[in-house]
Design a protein around this ligand. Structure first.
Ligand SMILES: *Cc1c(COP(=O)(O)O)cnc(C)c1O
Length: 421
């Protein structure tokens, strides 16, 4: 991340963030566009080095916008979508429809029809009854990948290999549902079975869980004489939210996973499939920050010191939702982080907190700007109009450009669907 203090002001690619905040208003999402491209290129380079056939599709739920999708097209990234809204947005972009994959554990008939008409590359089927619905709705051959539940769940360096059958996603390998699904797809008149998909967790910072799953899946397919053209291993690669976190080591990690795939295929005399990845967070997460303006400061002696900002859970839900941790920086000057405080949002919930118990400069006062780091994934896309808050604008920054890619919502947009009388 190209954030640094220059002349006592926090800058991105040398541009003063306080100037950007003044020009576009706050709350504001600001992305380092160069870093987004770099992350895409790191995945490409790592996969190219493996010599395998591969595709990468960006998981659009992390942050969807037309200009971001256009950037993805420029970086040879496909897209994953899970709803008609995500598909609609994707279709307005330069990403070719035959590089869009349709996911989801409960696709509506309307969504299936829309995706078929749009010419998406393939559907990732998530249940037995979806197979029948897809087959019935298909008017021409449709490619299908089956999402399986391998019974492995990885969240951190620990991965758990049993007891994860209870999931709304995928079909269980151990309970025989995955095999039943494959047979059903193969027998379906309009469906072409091309491969399997798994996604075993998110914010995974090392590769042992994925490697164990690759081994398990290739052994299982081989035992059952199922051939695949595509092995989709999902996303979930970790990012650094705070100093305690580890960013997934893309180069070594992808090498260890692709090596494991080659070994598993060799061991089983199994034809090497194309490998597909679906990173979301790791593409946009660290590249984005949120800028807020400080409002009130409230000292409760011996209890807490609250600094409130002009946004909150409407644009930053992950602290309330998962107790997620974030680092912050004072934007308009650099000072030692010497005072323990809680940064609170302005919405009507006690849980509307950006960060509890963080050391920041004592001098923080009304009118200062704060930057919350690593908010590029699952912030704008999870934003809401709670308390009739307006969704913020989004800005992309490079060394020589500052451009708005999403405008701030307007008050009129808040009531445009209200039926009067
Ligand atoms: C959420 C999701 C991803 C992306 O996860 P990240 O943690 O953002 O990389 C990829 N594939 C599937 C199926 C998902 O549900």
């Amino acid at each position: 991340m190209t954030l640094q203090y220059i002349n006592n002001e926090l800058t991105m690619h040398g541009h003063r963030l306080s100037d950007i905040a003044k020009k576009y208003g706050t709350p504001l999402f600001v992305y380092d566009e160069t870093m987004i491209r770099e992350q895409c290129r790191r995945f490409h380079t790592a996969l190219k080095a493996s010599g395998l056939r591969y595709t990468i599709s960006y998981a659009s739920k992390a942050f969807s916008s037309i200009q971001l999708f256009n950037l993805m097209a420029e970086e040879q990234m496909g897209l994953d979508v899970v709803s008609e809204g995500e598909l609609f947005t994707a279709l307005q972009s330069k990403v070719p429809e035959n590089q869009i994959h349709f996911h989801g554990n409960n696709k509506t008939n309307r969504e299936i029809q829309y995706a078929m008409e749009s010419g998406v590359e393939y559907f990732v089927i998530d249940s037995l009854d979806e197979i029948e619905r897809l087959n019935t709705l298909a008017e021409r051959p449709v490619k299908a990948v089956l999402r399986i539940n391998p019974g492995v769940e990885a969240h951190t360096h620990e991965f758990i290999q049993t007891g994860q059958e209870n999931s709304k996603f995928g079909l269980s390998v151990k309970k025989g549902l995955a095999l039943e699904g494959i047979k059903k797809i193969q027998a379906a008149e309009h469906l072409e079975f091309i491969g399997v998909h798994f996604h075993i967790g998110s914010q995974i910072f090392e590769s042992t869980g994925t490697i164990a799953t690759v081994d398990l899946v290739i052994d299982w397919l081989s035992e059952n004489h199922i051939e695949i053209d595509v092995l989709n291993i999902g996303g979930g690669f970790s990012i650094k939210y705070t100093e305690e976190d580890i960013s997934y080591p893309i180069e070594e990690g992808i090498k260890s996973i692709t090596d494991a795939l080659k070994n598993a295929c060799h061991r089983n005399n199994f034809t090497l499939p194309e490998i597909s990845l679906e990173p979301g967070r790791s593409i946009v997460g660290e590249a984005g920050i949120t800028l807020y303006e400080v409002g009130t400061v409230k000292n409760i002696p011996d209890v807490n010191y609250y600094v409130s900002i002009d946004g909150g859970m409407s644009d930053h839900i992950r602290t309330a939702l998962y107790d997620a941790q974030y680092d912050l920086k004072l934007v308009n000057r650099e000072e030692p982080h010497d005072k323990m405080m809680t940064i609170a949002g302005k919405l009507c919930e006690s849980g509307d907190i950006i960060r509890r118990d963080i050391k920041l400069p004592t001098s923080i006062h009304t009118g200062d700007y704060l930057a919350v780091l690593s908010t590029g994934a699952y912030h704008y896309s999870m934003s809401s109009n709670y308390n009739q808050m307006l969704k913020p604008a989004v800005i992309f920054v490079t060394e020589d450009s500052i451009k708005q890619v999403v405008r701030r919502q307007t008050l009129d947009q808040l009531i445009q669907n209200d039926v009067l009388a």
